[in-house]
Design a protein around this ligand. Sequence first.
Ligand code: IMP
Ligand code: MG
Length: 178
Amino acid sequence: MLQDIETILFDENALAKRIQELGKEISEDYAGEEVMLVGILKGASVFLSDLIRKISLPAEIDYMVVSSYGNSAETSGVVRILKDLEDNIEGKNIIIVEDIIDTGLTLEYLKNYLLSRKPKSLKICTLLDKPARRVKEITIDYKGFEVPDEFIIGYGIDYAEKYRNLPYIGVLKEEIYK
Ligand code: IMP
Ligand code: MG
């Protein structure tokens, strides 16, 4: 897989350090409370697994599956819920955990959807923010890193289901997806 990578943006150490900081920030912000992390599968699963172990509060996990990209590198703008939450979130402190925010269409939809279920609070945590192609203005409460307008893979993030197991975040060579 290495020959498909253009550059490495964040290596294992950089990721671990930043995730530790995010966990600490969340733990301080919600001190005395409980949180529920809602991971967006599949991309956020690796990030969520590392993040939750850096949160020193009672923390629940749930996951949703939404479709936006399919197997192509371009967003469709259409969001479909393929797997919903298992439990009621009314009165809970919900933190949506996402791998990367690009156009913002997925998060905009999810945010409104979850707000209609009356959580106590709703915040957004994303490992990566790719602001260049943003269509919907999104308030990101916790952000790992900003990335350039390139195709990103690794650490849970795929291209056509590959590269999720890379331990770092990298840029995919254009010739692979063009
Ligand atoms: P948005 O709705 O355009 O913000 O897209 C969000 C979703 O698109 C993310 O959860 C990713 O699954 C996917 N995505 C956006 N940018 C990339 C990328 O550079 N590489 C891989 N997946 C991406
Ligand atoms: Mg995704």
